[in-house]
Design a protein around this ligand. Structure first.
Ligand code: SF4
Length: 202
């Protein structure tokens, strides 16, 4: 109990059943250790190094880098996404294991930002991938990036960081949106297809 802050203690007191306490504890442990995939897309990527190094020191909040998608919990999409980049990002997201989360940094992934009329830049990331947290700004400073991680941790604690589940449940919708921009050049395979073809269920 000594490691819990006031907010955690207040939430814990509200819980009515042993199973609710177990769920709460699982989420509490989960949010303490967030491995972030180092994948810079747009100019907002330049805010990540100061966020994780000595001055802002994201590790004191349990956030640190991961070298590969398979070890990462969160992918931070740090700016505008060209169609070609989006394809690589989706491939990368597919390689991450659940539970997995997406943070979108800056105006560009939210509404196109200053590239709103570009012919090869996507305007709204959450049509193609589930976004758990967005951080507005052009570009968001490290304090805002950290605030984004705090928002993600709050969502994890409340059991509401369910982007990956939404992606699974609505994979056809996401694929149709992706097809609008990729045409016949879709990814060769999706984790959900592979899993369901084997008779599995989530
Ligand atoms: S929101 Fe601004 S800083 Fe971020 S990628 Fe777009 S133009 Fe660059």
């Amino acid at each position: 109990m000594d490691n819990l802050n006031k907010k955690d203690k207040a939430q814990l007191k509200e819980l009515k059943s042993p199973m609710a306490v177990v769920d709460w504890a699982v989420n509490w442990f989960r949010k303490q250790s967030i491995f972030m995939l180092a994948y810079g897309t747009g100019c907002g990527a330049i805010e990540i190094p100061p966020t994780v190094t000595a001055r802002y020191d994201a590790e004191r909040f349990g956030v640190r880098g991961a070298a590969t998608p398979r070890q990462a919990d969160v992918i931070v999409l740090s700016g505008y996404l060209a169609v070609k980049t989006l394809k690589r990002v989706i491939r990368t997201y597919e390689q991450m294991q659940e539970p997995k989360y997406v943070i979108a940094l800056g105006s560009c992934p939210i509404n196109g930002g200053m590239y709103w009329d570009s012919y090869n830049t996507i305007k709204q990331l959450d049509r193609y991938l589930p976004v758990d947290v967005t951080v507005a700004g052009c570009m968001p400073r490290p304090e805002a990036v950290l605030e984004g991680f705090m928002a993600l941790k709050d969502k994890i604690q409340r059991g509401e960081a369910e982007g990956a589940r939404d992606y699974r449940d609505n994979i056809e919708k996401y694929k149709n949106n992706q097809k609008e921009i990729f045409g016949d050049k879709m990814l060769p395979g999706y984790t959900c297809d592979w899993y369901f073809s084997d008779g599995g269920s989530f």
